[in-house]
Design a protein around this ligand. Structure first.
Ligand SMILES: Cc1cc2nc3c(=O)[nH]c(=O)nc-3n(C[C@H](O)[C@H](O)[C@H](O)COP(=O)(O)OP(=O)(O)OC[C@H]3O[C@@H](n4cnc5c(N)ncnc54)[C@H](O)[C@@H]3O)c2cc1C
Length: 501
């Protein structure tokens, strides 16, 4: 059998892998993209996109409740979770078809099946097998390999996940899951847990969240956490903080969750005072496990650490020359745009090492890394939080501006929340920002661009922002750093601050 030859074989077609495959083709490489499930990966089928589609439905319910104030009477409306799911499934399908079309357009070969590295080295290239039930085992050859196999929900034996009542996010986002329960318990108040809580509660479920840490979404600024916690509570969500879940089980007619205080050591929890919670179903949302098993890594010499593939943190090459790894399977910040960006870097390095492609080798820079949370209101952040800046010894200037003071936000009925922008006192360069409120994730993108190019709050102040727009939050927030926000009362401009005009 003659093996097909490629410049790059990419294992896994999530946002890391499918993006890398297109980038490779754009540089003129012959690319094989291997996927065992569906093109689009977690992000498209079990993550970002389905949750944001459901969030959009939930947000519309919220807006309908305010319709009268906007001059529209909607006395009778009925929500249908099943229809929201049907819309979500349609969106996912359309985007999946789009990705398939793009790969075909770029003439990338798609192999459906489980990919595994069999043998090889940087000089001779690598043999990669593709295995699919009821189909012949295929072997292809590639000069370089990129592993982009992603992650899956973390499983803990004591939480008896049965995929009927004790569920993971994969179960909930399964296209056939279309009935909402009356009472839902969510274990874990991280980003995913809070996003689901928001959706379920808006569709009418009674939601309880149990979280080990003393705060939900612990990585955000304390002021943001405080506001989102308040908002979740307004939706009727009960959050039990500082509790360690000991067991979760399907009782046959519901779920029973047993917890105790989080400060009790693990070995003493059996005798500790227990808190018992009951509901119709339970979502376990406690983290993600890296998908690094059965890839032939051990045989070829690629090292892992607690499941994460070890890579050079600058080039994303593994310890085996010619094999790269990107995305969730590498660990770090597990977000779709991080996976895609890592794909860019790995492809550039892989092709630069081959020598005959129009791209140079490069290194990755995680300093400017925006993150978003689609609760109501939305949250966006980038760069440093105040605590981190302090730990780094940076003297910080902070500017805050509320949505309630912005004309456009008022018109939209989106007055909740604020933006806070941090700058280094020595040169006014922006070092971070956090925002909670409408379009927060979009606003953060402007700050990310400014940070990437080392801009100061004065640079943003001097940039004309269209009026009336939500983008003026960034303008006013930047000006607030130096006491110049026009639509906010404040103190006179500090005499030591130098203005370029
Ligand atoms: C509920 C939820 C919501 C999320 N929301 C967001 C969000 O709003 N924004 C955001 O940035 N991130 C979000 N994420 C995270 C985001 O989905 C991941 O960070 C992203 O999908 C990682 O991309 P990846 O390409 O590394 O891996 P994945 O998307 O996991 O893709 C890996 C692919 O590899 C395939 N694969 C695995 N092993 C093999 C093999 N041996 N052979 C062939 N194929 C294989 C898998 O089937 C999968 O398709 C969310 C995640 C979840 C669970």
């Amino acid at each position: 059998m003659t093996e097909k030859q490629y410049d790059i074989a990419i294992i896994g077609a999530g946002p890391g892998g499918y993006h890398a495959a297109i980038r490779g083709a754009q540089y003129g490489a012959k690319v094989a993209l291997i996927e065992k499930n569906k093109l689009g990966g977690t992000c498209l089928h079990r993550g970002c996109i389905p949750t944001k589609s459901l969030y959009a439905s939930a947000h519309l319910i919220e807006k309908i409740k305010e319709a009268e104030d906007f001059g529209i009477e909607i006395p009778h409306y009925k929500t249908s979770f099943a229809k929201a799911i049907a819309r979500k499934n349609r969106i996912v399908k359309e985007l999946e078809e789009g990705i398939i079309g793009l790969q075909k357009g770029w003439k990338n070969d798609i192999y459906m099946g489980h990919g595994k590295i069999l043998s090889g080295n940087i000089e001779d290239g690598f043999e990669v097998s593709i295995e699919k039930e009821e189909e012949d085992f295929k072997i292809i050859k590639a000069k370089r390999v990129i592993i982009a196999t992603g992650s899956s929900p973390a499983l803990i034996p004591a939480f008896k996940i049965d995929h009927e009542r004790v569920l993971t996010s994969d179960d909930i986002l399964n296209p056939n899951f279309n009935t909402i329960s009356e009472r839902i318990i969510i274990v874990g108040a991280g980003v995913i847990g809070c996003e689901f809580a928001n959706i379920f509660a808006t569709f009418g479920s009674k939601v309880e969240i149990i979280e080990f840490l003393p705060n939900p979404i612990a990585t955000e600024e304390p002021m943001i956490i405080k506001l989102i916690q308040k908002k979740l509570e307004v939706l009727g969500i009960v959050i039990h903080l500082s509790q360690a879940v000991i067991s979760v089980e399907n009782t046959g007619f519901g779920v029973k969750v047993i917890a105790c205080s989080a400060d009790i050591p693990r070995d003493q929890r059996a005798d500790a005072e227990k808190f018992i919670y009951e509901a119709d179903l339970c979502l376990i949302s406690i983290g993600r496990a890296k998908e690094s098993d059965n890839l032939g890594l051990e045989k070829i010499g690629v090292e892992t650490e607690r499941g994460a593939i070890k890579v050079n943190p600058s080039t994303l090459e593994t310890g085996v020359e010619g094999i790269y790894a990107i995305g969730d399977v590498v660990g770090g910040v597990m977000l779709a745009h991080v996976a895609s960006h890592e794909g860019d870097v790995a492809v550039a390095n892989a092709l630069a090492s081959l020598g005959n492609f129009p791209v140079n080798s490069t290194t990755i820079d995680y300093d400017v890394l925006p993150a978003t949370i689609f609760t109501s209101p939305n949250i966006g952040s980038v760069g440093l939080r105040r605590k981190q800046a302090k730990e780094k010894g940076i003297d910080v200037l902070m500017g805050q501006f509320p949505f309630s003071a912005l004309g456009k936000a008022k018109c939209m009925g989106e007055e909740e929340g604020f933006i806070m922008i941090l700058a280094d006192k020595k040169d006014y360069r922006i070092i971070g920002a956090s925002c909670i409120g409408t379009a927060a994730p979009e606003l953060i993108s402007e700050i990310a661009l400014a940070m990437k190019h080392g801009l100061t709050v004065h640079d943003i102040g001097k940039t004309i922002h269209s009026h009336p727009t939500i983008s003026e939050m960034v303008l006013e927030g930047s000006e607030a750093v130096v006491g110049k926000a026009v639509h906010k009362k404040g103190r006179p401009i500090h005499p030591k601050i130098h203005y370029s005009y």
